[in-house]
Write a protein that binds this ligand. Sequence first.
Ligand SMILES: [Ca+2]
Length: 134
Amino acid sequence: CPHGYRAHRDDCYRFYGGKNAQNYSGARQVCQENGGDIYMWRGAAAVARLKRRLKSDHSPSLWVGLSDADLEETFLWADGLALDGNDFTDWSWDQPHNTAEKDCVVARRVHRYRWKVVPCSYRRAFICQSPRAP
Ligand SMILES: [Ca+2]
């Protein structure tokens, strides 16, 4: 795994918070420099496990790896796939409450890590994921 990362199954992960928090593009750049990308909050079971951990750690709010910066109202995961109607979502309200000024999805601590759309320029914590070297 890259320096500071921890292995879990076939991938390596690292949490970046505090002074290492970044705006959304900066966060993705950090992850890409380590051979991966920002961790995408996909899958109800994986997200539930992650949220239990974040709650016990009192983690700050984190980027989710989902944005509509390229085309308003079309949310894309960091890997370029569009958010599908069948994908797991965890909005704080029934709807994203999306605007043109807010393009990046954050899991907010005050909402128990449910999702909200905020400006991508905010500095937030994030998790990087890189494939584990064979
Ligand atoms: Ca938007």
